[in-house]
Each structure stands twice: as structure tokens, then as C-alpha cells.
Design a protein around this ligand. Structure first.
Ligand code: ADP
Ligand code: MG
Length: 238
């Protein structure tokens, strides 16, 4: 579960092409980071995978199935946004259970999944609170909890930590890495932060102007950057 491949995927907005033909393979359980400067197409790529945008051409396969025409809710992926989009009037438990309630899942199964997510995320003592009574980091965890309960084939994160202060960012970075170790689910993580990319990724995808400049492990990119853009961006001496 969680194998994703993009074959000759392109995306244009009107006349403007933002993703030229792009191929990418993401393996089951991999932690993949899309990194690159602002405007290079990271969010667009993630939204194409999530199904929040339609590809202009090409094909996206999820676990071998052509997902190109499959609507977001049916792709089995869970997106975690930078703005938490929590419901202020609902308890933490209700916020986490929200997608399950919408899907009409029975209450016992909902409760089981919420309890599991709360345990994994250290939120068990906060389930009765409202989002307004939580810290920024706790709110981010609630947003992640809402993704966990769906038991997705992959988690998609779009700069989830950019609203947090520096100390909390380091903390949450470790927590998300731990979460990946626990769940072993595929994660695609978008950031413009090289440090996040280097410390979190199994595989880094360096993007510039919608193009993949290089794909490799943090060590590979550091040791053998393919060009000066990658070298400059990753911070290696070449
Ligand atoms: P990143 O997430 O790397 O900052 P984006 O994927 O948001 O970059 O944007 C890539 C390019 O696509 C940018 O030039 C942006 O202006 C453009 N773009 C993104 N979404 C739209 C849209 N809905 N309509 C028109 N242009 C868009
Ligand atoms: Mg973006």
C-alpha cells in the first residue's frame, strides 16, 4: 500500500505550463520530501497526487491502479494542510473523528480509531478540549490525527510546520518522523526548508520550475549533487 507513480504528468493553468512532463516513483512506506524554492510547483504536484487538481495530461497510479480520474475522497490518501482547518466549536475527539462521521462509519469503530490516533499523537488527555484551548503544536497534531483515523495509503503534507515558531518546528519535525517510524505509511512532505528535507527524508525530490532536478537520498544529494542548483540548494560544497 502507498505505492505512487507519476507517468509523464503535466499541469497547465490556462496557457501557463507549471509542470512539464514529469515521471516519479514513490515506494511503499517511503518518506519522500519535495523541496524547492517558492513557486516551483511543490503544492501543485501534491494537489495533483491528492486529486485536488486534475492533471492536464499523463497518468497517476496509486498501488497499480490508474487514479487519474478518481476523485480525492476515493484515492485513499490523506492531506495535512498548513492551516489546520479545525472546527472551533467541536471537541478534539469530534474534530479527529470528523472524516469518519462524514463517511457514516459506526460509532464503535470511530471511537477505536480516535483512541488509537490520540495515543500515537499524545493527545489522549486533550480529547474533550476545543481547538482554542490547545497550543499550536497540539492543533497541528489534531490535524494529523484527522488524517491518521482514515488509515490512508499515504499522507500528504504541504508545509505543515510553516506556521509554527522555530523551536516547535524542530519538535514537530521529530514527531512526524516518529509517526512515520510507527505507522510505516508512505508520506510525501512538501517544504522549502532544506533542513527539514535533509533530516526527514528517505528520498528527496529537488524541484525547480516544475522540473525534477534530482531525486536521491539526503546523502546522495549531498555527496553527488547533479548540478549547481542542487548543490546550492542542499548546501553541499560542489
Ligand atoms: P510552490 O508550492 O512550490 O510554492 P505552487 O505549486 O503553489 O508552488 O505554484 C507553482 C506555480 O503555479 C506558480 O507559478 C503559481 O503561481 C502557479 N499556480 C499555482 N496554482 C495556480 C492556479 N490555481 N492558477 C494559476 N496559477 C497557479
Ligand atoms: Mg506551496
Amino acid at each position: 500500500m502507498g505505492r505512487i507513480s507519476l507517468n509523464q504528468v503535466t499541469k497547465s493553468f490556462g496557457d501557463v505550463n507549471v509542470i512539464p512532463p514529469l515521471d516519479l516513483d514513490i515506494n511503499e512506506g517511503e518518506f519522500v520530501v519535495f523541496v524547492g524554492p517558492s513557486g516551483c510547483g511543490k503544492s501543485t504536484l501534491l494537489r495533483l497526487i491528492a486529486g485536488l487538481e486534475d492533471v492536464t495530461s499523463g497518468e497517476i497510479r496509486i498501488d497499480g491502479q490508474d487514479a487519474t480520474m478518481v476523485p480525492p475522497a476515493k484515492r485513499g490518501l490523506a492531506m495535512v494542510f498548513q492551516s489546520y482547518a479545525l472546527y472551533p466549536h467541536m471537541s478534539v475527539a469530534k474534530n479527529i473523528a470528523f472524516p469518519l462521521r462524514m463517511a457514516g462509519m459506526n460509532k464503535a469503530e470511530q471511537d477505536k480509531r480516535v483512541a488509537h490516533a490520540a495515543k500515537v499523537l499524545n493527545l489522549a488527555d486533550y480529547l474533550d478540549r476545543r481547538p482554542g484551548q490547545l497550543s499550536g503544536g497540539q492543533r497541528q497534531r489534531v490535524a494529523i490525527g484527522r488524517a491518521i483515523v482514515r488509515e490512508p495509503a499515504a499522507f500528504l503534507f504541504d508545509e505543515p510546520l510553516s506556521n509554527l515558531d522555530a523551536a516547535l518546528r524542530v519538535n514537530m519535525r521529530l514527531e512526524i518522523s516518529e509517526l512515520h517510524n510507527t505507522l510505516k505509511t508512505t508520506m510525501i512532505y512538501v517544504t522549502h526548508d532544506q533542513v527539514e528535507a535533509m533530516t526527514m527524508a528517505d528520498k528527496i525530490v529537488v524541484l525547480q520550475a516544475g522540473r525534477i532536478e534530482q531525486v536521491g537520498s539526503p546523502m546522495e544529494l549531498y555527496r553527488t549533487p547533479r548540478n549547481t542548483f542542487v548543490a546550492g540548494f542542499i548546501g553541499s560544497p560542489k
